[in-house]
Design a protein around this ligand. Structure first.
Ligand code: 5GP
Length: 211
């Protein structure tokens, strides 16, 4: 499950909340060449790599997708995704639009959710409140935000993030609905056959007692 939104749209907070609430989800920790922000932990928030380390990993084909976002490289490691999938959990990813486009090529079952801020003013306030941006990087983020908003057509779902709790609930409901799609229900044929078998036996029993 891919969550995208313009910077400040709230996708990271939504992803963190979902991971707290649901044990059937796992997070794919991305790699980045940007510096850690205060409080960020290597291996938990991101794997912080040098540009050389990042290029080397890319050369070894370790990324399911990678992109240049706001002047830094970001990438999803195939091994992170596979680790979560092998534990029978859904993978939650917080990646940008370019990454989402690449990722669905390798993982066509992906569910793409766009987190939409209620309006431009809220988005600007959220970005300014971070206080981590110099004017140059703020301008870069605003330009990418405009591009990301215009790419909404790539996404299967749009969730309005005016109220965090409601947005988390909406994404959680999407996960449930997607999990109930026929193609995703594991062992469905066997289950149906088991039920049919029981009914047929009962039917035979009735028919025998009538003849
Ligand atoms: P930030 O630096 O604020 O944590 O993230 C900046 C942007 O990079 C966000 O839009 C975030 O979704 C995106 N991003 C984070 N991880 C990845 C990744 O692995 N791949 C791609 N393509 N984008 C990512």
């Amino acid at each position: 499950m891919i969550l995208s939104s313009p910077s400040g749209g709230g996708k990271t907070t939504i992803a963190q909340e979902l991971l707290k609430r649901r044990i059937d989800l796992g997070y794919s920790v991305s790699c980045t060449t940007r510096s850690p922000r205060a409080g960020e932990i290597d291996g938990t928030d991101y794997f912080f790599l040098t540009p050389e380390e990042f290029q080397a990993a890319r050369g070894r084909g370790e990324f399911a997708e990678s992109a240049d976002v706001h002047g830094h490289f970001y990438g999803t490691l195939k091994r992170e995704v596979d680790l979560v999938l092998r534990s029978s959990r859904h993978v939650v990813m917080d990646i940008d639009v370019q990454g989402a486009k690449q990722f669905v090529e390798g993982y066509p079952d992906s569910v793409l959710i766009f987190i939409l801020p209620p309006d431009g003013q809220v988005l600007l306030r959220r970005l300014e409140a971070r206080g981590t941006e110099d004017p140059e990087s703020m301008a870069r983020r605003l330009k990418s935000a405009i591009k990301e908003l215009r790419s909404v057509g790539l996404y299967h779902y749009v969730v309005l993030n005016a109220d965090l709790d409601k947005a988390v609930e909406a994404v959680s409901e999407i996960i449930d609905a997607e999990g109930a799609k026929r193609a995703r229900v594991s062992g469905l044929d066997k289950r149906i056959e088991g039920i049919v078998h029981d009914l047929e036996r009962q039917l035979e029993h009735i028919q025998r007692s009538q003849s």
